[in-house]
Design a protein around this ligand. Structure first.
Ligand SMILES: [Zn+2]
Length: 394
């Protein structure tokens, strides 16, 4: 049976999630998600444009890769520069960065966590995070409410609750306190959002809550149950280890997946160090994910290369290289006239050899960064496309 995506050109001012299909023996599923900026289908990898740009990629490059939704900015970074006034004048993030498809933005919760490792830069208390502007030194107070107000001005289709992330090294008591605070903040964020669930520009915004609880089974389950009990449009799974430590990520998913409702989008924040990581979380029932690694890896000469194969009724990214990543710094590629990945249809693989890409990298050609990023993002999108086809066919 051929699976036909619903192709609507006229955009509706709604956020709607429909279950299109599920895999028969694992938890993978295909959702059709309608947003004011169009439809996307899961599983879907979101390239990350933390500072209103996906590094070394134009939005045309992103569209050509098959990206359906991007993480188009982070509240903390946008507050620092260019500031909300500029974004409001532009008419929101979509217009500012010329991306006319679905977009998610981050609340700044993760940044107050990472910046507060240095208490001179950021301090967290019950009200939120107070941090110093990196250039002016001015103190910016990010709270559950001010984060939502900022996200309404940024105008993405999906906005995130303001949360307090915790390090895996923290003890259970500390993680419990941060989780309980995250739940209080979630209610504050959600209450403000529900007063007017539209952006500054009148378009419907979906609101996602974030499950925390570190690496403690009891806390993760408690947090999942709390988030599920609230009226959110989607559910995110956050924490320092998510995506960074895949064994812990998979364990956390095993604990909480049975609690999650089937009719809401599930988002693991920060998953996607390698193509295989996407295949792993999707079979645990995850729908969307983002990671800076594909473009960052690309810039450092680490390019995905392998084949997406059917193994045990699911898919596997098989590669001759460790973690599916070819290291172009390696001299063995110097005279290799094959493309980076034989089956890849990206602009880079259709036109250039490993030898040429290695030469560009070693000579620090600026062109290298664009070509390498195009390829790595394409591989992540191709893995998602293969998963969507495979789930529907099975
Ligand atoms: Zn390619």
């Amino acid at each position: 049976m051929h699976f036909k995506y619903q192709n609507k050109m006229d955009k509706e001012n709604i956020f709607k999630t429909e279950l299109i299909g599920t895999h028969k023996s694992n938890k993978a599923r295909v959702l059709q998600v309608t947003t004011p900026h169009g439809i996307f289908h899961t599983p879907s990898f979101m390239p990350v444009g933390t500072r209103a740009a996906v590094n070394c990629m134009t939005t045309t490059n992103l569209e050509e890769s098959g990206a359906q939704i991007i993480l188009g900015g982070n509240t903390y970074h946008m507050l620092c520069a260019p500031g909300l006034e500029t974004i409001k004048l532009a008419g929101g993030m979509h217009k500012f960065m010329a991306w006319n498809k679905p977009m998610l933005i981050d609340s700044g919760g993760f940044q107050i966590f990472s910046l507060s490792k240095n208490s001179k830069i950021c301090k967290i208390d019950e009200t939120g995070g107070k941090f110093k502007h990196p250039n002016t030194g001015q103190v910016i107070h990010l709270t559950p409410e001010s984060s939502i107000i900022a996200q309404k001005i940024m105008g993405a289709d999906i906005v995130m609750a303001f949360d307090q992330c915790t390090a895996d090294t923290e003890d259970k008591d500390f993680v419990n306190k941060a989780m309980t605070r995250t739940h209080r903040w979630l209610k504050q964020s959600l209450n403000l959002h529900l007063q007017n669930p539209n952006s500054e520009y009148g378009l419907k915004q979906a609101f996602f809550g974030i499950i925390q609880g570190g690496f403690y089974e009891e806390l993760r389950k408690e947090s999942a149950e709390f988030i599920v009990s609230l009226n959110t449009d989607g559910i995110a799974i956050g924490g320092e280890s998510i995506g960074f430590d895949m064994d812990k990520t998979m364990q956390i998913l095993q604990w909480i997946e049975p609690i999650l409702p089937s009719n809401k989008v599930r988002y693991t924040m920060g998953v996607g160090l390698t193509p295989q990581n996407l295949l792993d979380v999707v079979q645990m029932g995850v729908d969307i994910f983002d990671c800076v690694a594909p473009t960052r890896n690309a810039r450092h000469g680490s390019l995905y290369s392998g084949e997406i194969k059917k193994v045990n009724n699911w898919l596997k990214f098989e590669s001759e290289f460790p973690n599916g990543k070819m290291n172009l710094n390696n001299a063995s590629h110097a005279n290799d006239m094959r493309p980076i990945m034989e089956t890849c249809q990206c602009y880079t693989c259709k036109n250039f050899s490993r030898a040429y890409m290695r030469y560009l990298l070693k000579s620090e050609s600026l062109l290298y960064y664009n070509l390498a990023s195009i390829h790595n993002i394409q591989v992540m999108q191709d893995v998602c496309k293969k998963m969507r086809q495979f789930i529907i066919e099975n």
